[in-house]
Design a protein around this ligand. Sequence first.
Ligand code: NDP
Length: 328
Amino acid sequence: MFNAILIEREGGRNVARLRKIDDGALPAGNVTVRVEYSTMNYKDGLLIASDLPLIASFPMVPGIDIAGVVERSEDPRWIAGDRVVLNGYGLGERHWGGLAQRARVDGDWLVRLSDAFTTRQAAAIGTAGYTAMLCVLRLEKHGVRPGDGDILVTGASGGVGSVAISLLAKLGYRVIASTGRPHEADYLKALGAAELIDRTTLAEPGPPMQSERWAAAIDTAGSHTLVNVIAGIRYGGIVAATGLAQGVDLPGTLYPFILRNITLSGVDSVMQPIAVREEAWARLARDLDVAKLESMVEEIGLGDVIDRAPRLLAGQIRGRTVVDVNRG
Ligand code: NDP
């Protein structure tokens, strides 16, 4: 038996509870992982505390991140004792996820955990941090360099935003943090933000072309925020768009694209091929300051997850939430 958060469909609603589950109920898969830590990302908040139709079948164990140790494997690439990390691949939506003491997964989805990180640190990074790294890689592949000018990060005090700021600052970029939480200024500056802007200045419809303020941006908000960000990017710049904290719409014009040569580049973390994941994790091992990572973390037990989900969706949680699945 093992402990897990289980979401069941009852009376037309999703209901999440902490449950004891029999090992025999684990889904199909060729690797069994003893989960040590999972996390709570925005997506986990949606899975647990919203009725959005994200879950393909019930009952479902949420948790889009797993950091743990292989317990048993029928996949020749993995043996008992291997330390592994898994982000996305439909965990919590199509396949039971990491908010549990045990998981059974496909060996194709696993990334070997670098000696640079403990399983707790790997969870602290989680989908949010790995996505932030994918966004930084996207800017680099576009040719953005630290001397090119300021980089804007929206949703700054969230998980993706916090890790993005810390990575960019360590790489030598001057980072502007857009936030709705001015009281987090000390936190954001300690992560490496040079300046803060109030997110409300980006939240409403604005002119289609605005003064060229940023060389590039990482956007987690979407909607009017993303459109205003695009309108303020310097000639030839890029926006890596990965989130929808404000909304999924894109209510803008083509002007910045065809008059300023701007690139809008979508970043998905869920279905990235393993080689891209390995590149991102190798770069995290090189470029992420683990002391700053620790400053982002709040650790909770499995029993605290359900109460926390609505607060996460309401934007009340700063940085990264690590879940010790062996703590009630
Ligand atoms: P968090 O909840 O940790 O952070 C989101 C942040 O967005 C908040 O902390 C807040 O920052 C800001 N925010 C909240 N509401 C609004 C709003 N109405 N307008 C503008 N900003 C807002 O989430 P994550 O960092 O885990 O994820 C961020 C986004 O990226 C989510 O939409 C998530 O679904 C998406 N995502 C997508 C991935 C992919 O594969 N495409 C992978 C990972 C995340 P502040 O208070 O500082 O303004």
